[in-house]
Design a protein around this ligand. Structure first.
Ligand code: FMN
Ligand code: SF4
Length: 595
C-alpha cells in the first residue's frame, strides 16, 4: 500500500487540494480508507490526520471501515420507490444474503441506500462500485447476484446492465443546434470579448442551476475584481432528486459545455477551470477526459487557444456523494479538498471563491446557453420566453408519465402543456424544482415555468391520483435529514426532528397538536438555517400542509377533548410560540422534550 499511496500523491503533485480525489481512489482500491493510508497521506500532504478523517466522515462514498468488494447502492429517490424499489431491495437483500446497510460475512458484498443517482427516467437504479445500474428488476437482480457470487470483474459484466439512455424527448433553442467545435470562441474573438459579454447581457440569460442570477452580471463582477488569478467552475453536481438533464448535456453536448467555460475564461480572464462532476456520474469521467484531450489537440484548450493568446485548461474533479456540494460555496470547499460545508455569504465566490480568488460558478446548462448566445447573438435568445425569464429551460421529467426524459421549453410554458407532452394522465400534482421546490396541485396547472412563477433547476416529477401525498413528503423529508451537512443547529437538529415528527403522523400516532409542532419545526428550520438546503428543507411539508390539510388530518389518532375545550385557541397559542426569537435554544428544547 505504501508505494501505491506514494505514487498517488506524486501524481497529484503533493497538493492537499486534491485530497478528495486521492481519497476516492484509495476507497475504490481498498473498499475503505485504511488507517495506515491516512497516516501516510497526512505526512505526504503535510496536513493533520484529523482533517483527512473529517473529509472521509463527511462524504457518503468514503468509509473508515471496509465495505464489500462489490459495493451496491440503491437509489432512494421517490421515483425509484414509485417503480418498485422497496420490494426489489428486499429481494436483492435476500438473494445476496446481506442486510441493507451491512456487509456480507465473507466481505464480498455490501448493500445500502443512497440519495437519488440521477437516473429517475430509467429507474429503479443503483450503483455498483460507483457505476450506474439502470432499470433494475428481478431478472436483472438474478444476473447481478450470479455475477457477484462468481466474483466476475465489473469489466466482464453485460454492458446492458450499465446502459444509460439520454431520452431526449423534446428539443428547443439549445438542444436542436449542435454548434461546431470552436464556433463560439471564434465568433467571440472576431466580435470582441467585451462585445460578446454585451450580447450575453442583452440575451437576458439567467443562471439555469436554480437561483437565476443574471449571468452577464456575474461574469462582469469577476472581471472587475483587481486580481490576476481567476477561476471558472462548472457545477455538475446535479444532486436534486428528479434532476438528470446535466447528465444528458455532459453525455451529448460536452464540447459545448467546455466551450462555454472557455468562453467565460476568455471574457473574465481566467486560466484554470474545473468541472465538478457528481460522483454518481463516474461513468462519464473517461469520456469527458477524452473530449478535453481532443480539445487540447484542436487548439481549443491549453496554451494560446486559437492563437488568440488565451491560456486556459479544465480539470475534472469528482464529488463523493454529498448533495450539499451543489451549493456553490460548499462546492468550492470540496474542490479545495475539504468537507463541503457552505461558507458565509457574502463574500460571494465571484469575489472570494476557489483559494480566495474570484471564481465564476455556473451550471452546465448556463454554459451551454452562453455558447448558443455567442454564436447566434443575444436578440434571438431574448425573443423567447417571458419578460423576466428569457430563453428556454431544459426539464428532467420523471414519475407517472409514459415518456420520462429531457424536454426543452420556452420559459412561460404552462404545466398543463408539459403534462400533455410527456403523457401524464390523472395527475394529482407535480413537484417542480425537486424536494426543495414547489408541489403544484392539479388546481394550479395553468401556472407557468418561469422565474416569476415556478422557478426550477429542472426537476419535474409527476404524481398520479394513485399516489399518497404523505409518502412523497416522507421521502423528501428523509432526504433532507440525510443530506444536512450538520454545520448549523436549526438544520442539523431541525431536519431530524421534522423527520421524526412526520414519521409519527404518517404512522398514525400523531394528534392535532403534533401537526402544530410539525409546522413550528418547519418555520424554525426555514428562518434560521445557514444555507439554502435548510432554508428549503421544510418546503415539502409546508406546501402540502397548505394544500392538503385533510390528508394530514386523516392520519391523526382520534382524541376526544373535554366539553368546552378550546382546541383552536390552543393551536393558535402554539403557533404564536413558533415565532420566538430564541429559535436555536427552542429547537434544542423541542428535541429534548421529544426524546
Ligand atoms: C443545497 C443546494 C444545492 C444546489 N445544487 C446545485 C446543483 O447541483 N447544480 C447547480 O448548478 N446549482 C446548484 N445549486 C445552486 C448553486 O449554489 C449556484 O447558484 C449555481 O451553481 C450557480 O449557477 P447558475 O447561475 O448558472 O445557475 C444548489 C444550491 C443549493 C442551496
Ligand atoms: S442549513 Fe443545513 S446544509 Fe446548510 S449549513 Fe446548515 S446544516 Fe449545513
Amino acid at each position: 500500500m505504501g508505494q501505491f499511496i506514494q505514487d498517488l500523491v506524486e501524481k497529484n503533485q503533493h497538493q492537499a487540494t486534491h485530497l478528495l480525489q486521492i481519497l476516492r481512489i484509495v476507497q475504490s482500491r481498498y473498499h475503505y480508507v485504511p488507517k495506515d493510508a491516512i497516516e501516510q497521506l497526512a505526512q505526504l500532504l503535510h496536513i493533520p490526520r484529523t482533517r483527512i478523517i473529517s473529509v472521509i466522515e463527511f462524504y457518503s462514498f468514503l468509509h473508515l471501515t471496509p465495505r464489500g468488494q462489490y459495493e451496491l447502492l440503491i437509489s432512494d429517490s421517490i421515483t425509484d420507490y414509485m417503480l418498485g424499489k422497496k420490494n426489489l431491495t428486499a429481494y436483492l437483500s435476500k438473494k445476496l444474503n446481506v442486510a441493507v446497510g451491512g456487509v456480507r460475512e465473507d466481505g464480498l458484498i455490501s448493500l445500502d441506500n443512497t440519495s437519488c443517482t440521477g437516473m429517475c427516467d430509467q429507474g429503479p437504479a443503483g450503483l455498483i462500485n460507483g457505476y450506474p445500474l439502470t432499470r433494475l428488476d428481478c431478472t436483472r437482480i438474478d444476473v447481478i447476484t450470479d455475477l457477484i457470487n462468481q466474483q466476475t470483474p465489473l469489466a466482464d459484466w453485460p454492458v446492458e446492465l450499465f446502459q444509460v439512455e439520454d431520452n431526449i424527448c423534446k428539443t428547443g433553442l439549445l438542444l436542436e443546434q449542435q454548434i461546431d467545435y470552436g464556433a463560439a470562441l471564434r465568433t467571440a474573438f472576431r466580435r470582441g470579448l467585451q462585445e460578446t459579454l454585451a450580447e450575453i447581457d442583452k440575451s437576458g440569460l439567467r443562471g439555469l442551476g436554480g437561483a437565476g442570477y443574471k449571468t452577464a452580471t456575474k461574469w462582469r463582477f469577476c472581471l472587475e475584481e483587481h486580481q490576476n488569478v481567476r477561476y471558472v467552475v462548472c457545477n455538475a453536481d446535479e444532486g436534486e432528486p428528479g434532476t438528470f438533464k446535466d447528465r444528458v448535456l455532459l453525455n451529448s453536448f460536452a464540447h459545448q459545455v467546455f466551450e462555454g467555460m472557455t468562453l467565460c475564461a476568455a471574457i473574465v480572464g481566467a486560466q484554470q477551470g474545473f468541472l465538478y462532476l457528481r460522483g454518481e456520474y463516474l461513468h462519464l469521467f473517461d469520456k469527458l477526459q477524452s473530449i478535453l484531450d481532443e480539445r487540447r489537440k484542436s487548439g481549443l484548450l491549453g496554451i494560446n487557444i486559437l492563437q488568440e493568446g488565451l491560456n486556459f485548461d479544465i480539470e475534472i474533479c469528482l464529488g463523493a456523494g454529498a448533495y450539499i456540494c451543489g451549493e456553490e460555496s460548499a462546492l468550492i470547499e470540496s474542490l479545495e479538498g475539504k468537507p463541503g460545508i457552505p461558507r458565509n455569504r457574502p463574500p460571494y465566490p465571484v469575489t472570494h471563491g476557489y483559494l480566495g480568488k474570484p471564481t465564476v460558478v455556473n451550471n452546465v446548462e448556463t454554459f451551454l446557453a452562453a455558447v448558443n448566445i455567442a454564436v447566434n447573438g443575444g436578440d434571438r435568445f431574448a425573443s423567447i420566453g417571458t419578460e423576466k425569464s428569457k430563453g428556454t429551460k431544459i426539464l428532467s421529467i420523471s414519475g407517472d408519465c409514459s415518456r420520462p426524459g429531457i424536454y426543452e421549453y420556452p420559459f412561460g410554458t404552462t404545466i398543463q402543456a408539459i403534462l400533455k407532452d410527456c403523457g401524464a394522465v390523472d395527475v394529482i400534482g407535480v413537484q417542480v424544482g425537486g424536494p426543495s421546490g414547489t408541489f403544484v396541485s392539479n388546481q394550479e396547472f395553468a401556472r407557468t415555468l418561469a422565474f416569476e412563477d415556478l422557478a426550477t433547476a429542472g426537476s419535474f416529477i409527476v404524481f398520479n391520483d394513485g399516489r399518497n401525498i404523505l409518502d412523497i413528503v416522507h421521502n423528501f423529508t428523509h432526504f433532507f435529514a440525510h443530506e444536512s451537512c450538520g454545520f448549523c443547529t436549526p438544520c442539523r437538529v431541525g431536519t431530524l426532528l421534522l423527520k421524526k415528527q412526520l414519521d409519527k403522523i404518517v404512522e398514525g400516532h400523531g394528534s392535532a397538536g403534533d401537526v402544530v409542532l410539525l409546522e413550528e419545526i418547519c418555520q424554525i428550520i426555514k428562518k434560521h438555517s445557514h444555507c439554502g438546503l435548510g432554508q428549503t428543507a421544510a418546503n415539502p411539508v409546508l406546501s402540502t400542509l397548505e394544500r392538503y390539510p385533510d390528508v394530514y388530518q386523516s392520519r391523526l389518532k382520534k382524541i376526544s377533548y373535554e366539553p368546552g375545550f378550546d382546541l383552536d385557541g390552543a393551536l393558535e397559542t402554539a403557533r404564536r410560540m413558533a415565532n420566538r426569537n430564541d429559535a436555536g435554544a427552542h429547537l434544542a428544547q423541542l428535541g429534548e422534550d421529544y426524546n
